[in-house]
Every structure is written in structure tokens, then in C-alpha cells.
Design a protein. Structure first.
Length: 231
């Protein structure tokens, strides 16, 4: 892929890469694909693709539209189905062997009850959720290991002051389910009693409200369910 000139200036290609995260069974996971096309064919990578450039006088698509489109194409999740936010821009000159490619990375947060809806896109040979704990990640194509690390650190940093955790639980959740998300993202155990105090503060602050019904339990009484007030 060679650069295209715009007047006297060369134009690099622009791509979007997606870090798609979920929490299942107290385990933070990332969705990876095996590349179905060169370069680095059959390597594990983050989903993504190139921003469409307009032709015939049209302006093409925005970065936000490209990220939403790639998320839908690569996962089968409809536009707006999950939380999506811009992360960083990556522009090392040698990051892609095809030529000068600048990538704007995004991270998406998938609630655990939507994981089974995710399917591989047409340009990927396979898609699979990988645990981010225990060193089970395979080598990643391009600079995707750096992008993934940056995304995880962003989510870890935001979970204490932004509604990140509510994007990773089902629409209705129990206290233990919310605690499991905090533990998975932060990589540490939370004392149950201390977390319940924290949970009560979130209720008092109006962040969490009761939801109708209760969650059946295998042992003991059914659990009370809650929902994010702004969800």
C-alpha cells in the first residue's frame, strides 16, 4: 500500500483497530481474530480495518463511523449495541509493512450476556475470546500488543471514577456480578463486606437503582437485582 499525494503532500492510509473486552466468570477477556489476508496471514490480531475514503465528490466516513462499522462487521453486534470509545492514535512509520498506516484505536465493552452473539467477520479466519490473565495470549500482529495493553490500562484507570463496570454487566445484575467485574478488571480480590459498603454508596448517590424481580440462586434465597440508573 503506497501513499497517495494530496497536492504536494503524501497521504497515509488511516485505519481503526478495536480492543473488544468482556468479563466472563470473573475473567477479563479480549476478542482476537486470525487474519484471513496478508500481511501476517493466520496471525492473531485485533479486529479492525481501513477508513473508507470518499469517491466521486463524497467525503467518505468519519473515524466514529468507521469504528462502529468495523465493530458491527467484525462481531455481528449492531451499531450502538455496546459501549465504544476512542483510545489513542498510533503512527509509528514502520508499524505496517504495506506502507504508512496511521491507526486510531478504540475499545468496546461487551456485557457478558452478549458474548454468545459475537461472530467472526468475513475477512477473519476465526474469532476467539482470550483470557488476559495467566499469560495465555498468543503473539499479536503489528503493534497490537501495545494497543491492547494501553486499552486495558485505560479501563483499569477509569473503572474507579467512570461507569465502566456497568458496561460489562448484564442490564440487570447482582452485587456479586458487579464485584466480579471490578475484580476482573483490576486484577485483585475485593472483600465482600467492603464492596457492599461501596455498593451502598453508589445506590445512595443514585448511580444504581433496584430492578424488578430477583435472580434465582442454586443455593439459598434468590438474589436481588439492580440496574445502572443511566442505562
Amino acid at each position: 500500500m503506497s501513499a497517495v499525494s494530496v497536492g504536494p503532500f503524501p497521504r497515509p492510509a488511516v485505519a481503526v483497530d478495536l480492543v473488544i473486552l468482556t468479563v466472563v466468570d470473573t475473567d477479563l477477556k479480549v476478542l482476537l481474530i486470525t487474519r484471513g489476508l496478508p500481511p501476517q496471514e493466520r496471525s492473531w490480531a485485533l479486529p479492525g480495518g481501513f477508513v473508507r475514503v470518499g469517491e466521486g465528490g463524497t467525503g467518505g466516513e468519519s473515524l466514529e463511523a468507521a469504528a462502529a462499522r468495523e465493530l458491527a462487521e467484525e462481531t455481528g453486534l449492531g451499531e450502538g449495541a455496546v459501549f465504544l470509545e476512542q483510545l489513542y492514535t498510533y503512527g509509528a512509520p514502520d508499524r505496517d509493512p504495506r506502507g504508512r498506516v496511521i491507526s486510531v484505536a478504540w475499545y468496546a465493552l461487551v456485557p457478558s450476556d452478549r458474548v454468545t452473539q459475537v461472530v467472526a467477520g468475513s475477512d477473519a479466519a476465526a474469532a476467539r475470546w482470550f483470557s488476559l490473565g495467566g499469560g495465555s495470549l498468543p503473539p499479536l500482529a503489528f503493534d497490537h500488543a501495545q494497543i491492547l495493553g494501553d486499552a486495558v490500562r485505560r479501563v483499569q484507570g477509569k473503572i474507579d471514577y467512570a461507569p465502566v463496570a456497568f458496561r460489562l454487566v448484564p442490564e440487570q445484575f447482582t452485587v456479586p456480578e458487579l464485584r466480579a467485574v471490578y475484580e476482573a478488571v483490576k486484577g485483585t480480590d475485593y472483600d465482600a463486606a467492603n464492596f457492599r459498603r461501596r455498593f451502598r454508596r453508589m445506590v445512595e448517590d443514585g448511580l444504581i437503582v433496584p430492578a424488578p424481580g430477583k435472580r434465582p440462586a442454586e443455593v439459598g434465597r434468590p438474589a436481588r437485582v439492580w440496574r445502572w440508573a443511566e442505562g
